[in-house]
Design a protein around this ligand. Structure first.
Ligand code: ARG
Length: 279
């Protein structure tokens, strides 16, 4: 099937799946009768289903500050993405509800499989490969990669691309892929946890880590003053919210909510809160 006809096929499939579900349950706002009508300023986003009524169930890997991480005092997820998805949920008349922490490379399969979460938001870059598996909302933030090294190590992209150099990344990320493609001579070390990888660079276990630039900047400022960004890599990535292809109406509704948040200033407020005025 060509991309176009497959997309049409999926859209049709999504629409009929939603229609079937609408007949049997009340999880869609379009199916609302007077008792479950919610007030929202998102214009008719279309039908969708939810894992749990009234809730937007969210999956994330919660070690990616400032996008999502655990507040040590409250034990609750906090971050830019957390505020963003809470605001999206509110626009849809729902309450955002986080699943326990998930490994990053399980998020797309989890969304695809369905039944456990409605969305994944975790600084997830929209890629063609992931688009084969899940749908994405419209992009909500631009990002790039960074090579992080020990201060004054003198390491460069060129020096790292050599036998015996160990370059860490978070498993299944675009940083992971970048190492495979660009530092083919180095040993790539995929890990579940960003902090473990950065700690390894700090202690000399690894020579570098490749990670999203905004996270590198945040982590270096807050916790790793002995590390520096050796190179910013302009990958031109964009983050999106992942939704099951079976639930096309939800991706549409979320994109409408994001649009509405752009227009009413909510997006600007959240961006300023987390990144200051420069973004
Ligand atoms: N943007 C990168 C990607 O999509 C990294 C995302 C990692 N996110 C996380 N919550 N650990 O591959």
């Amino acid at each position: 099937m060509s991309n176009m006809s497959r997309r049409n096929f999926i859209l049709t499939l999504g629409a009929s799946a939603s229609a079937a579900l609408l007949a049997g349950c009340n999880t869609s706002k379009n199916s609302s009768t007077s008792s479950d009508t919610v007030s929202t300023d998102v214009v008719d986003p279309g039908g969708y289903t939810l894992v749990e009524d009234g809730k937007l169930t969210v999956a994330a890997e919660l070690g990616f500050a400032p996008f999502e991480y655990m507040d040590e005092t409250t034990g609750e997820p906090v971050g830019f993405d957390v505020d963003l998805i809470k605001a999206v949920a509110e626009k849809l008349g729902l309450e955002a509800s986080y699943l326990p922490n998930q490994k990053f490379d399980t998020l797309v399969p989890l969304v695809k499989q369905g039944g456990k979460c409605d969305v994944a938001i975790a600084g997830i870059t929209i890629t063609d490969e992931r688009r084969e598996e899940v749908d994405f909302s419209d992009p909500y933030l631009d990002s790039n990669q960074a090579i992080v090294v020990k201060k004054d190590s003198g390491e460069t992209e060129e020096s790292l691309n050599a036998a015996g150099k160990k370059v860490a990344c978070q498993s299944g990320t675009t940083g992971d892929e970048w190492i495979t493609e660009n530092l083919a001579d180095a040993e790539r070390v995929p890990l579940d946890d960003v902090t473990a990888a950065l700690t390894g660079v700090s202690t000399g276990l690894y020579d570098a880590m490749v990670i999203d630039l905004p996270v590198a900047s945040w982590m270096l400022t807050k916790s790793f003053s002995d590390l520096e960004v050796a190179k910013e890599i302009p990958t031109g990535e964009q983050y999106g919210i992942a939704v099951s292809k079976e639930n096309v109406g939800l991706a549409v509704a979320i994109s409408s909510a994001l649009q509405s948040m752009e227009t009413d200033g909510t997006m600007k407020k959240i961006k300023t809160e987390w990144f200051g005025s420069e973004i």
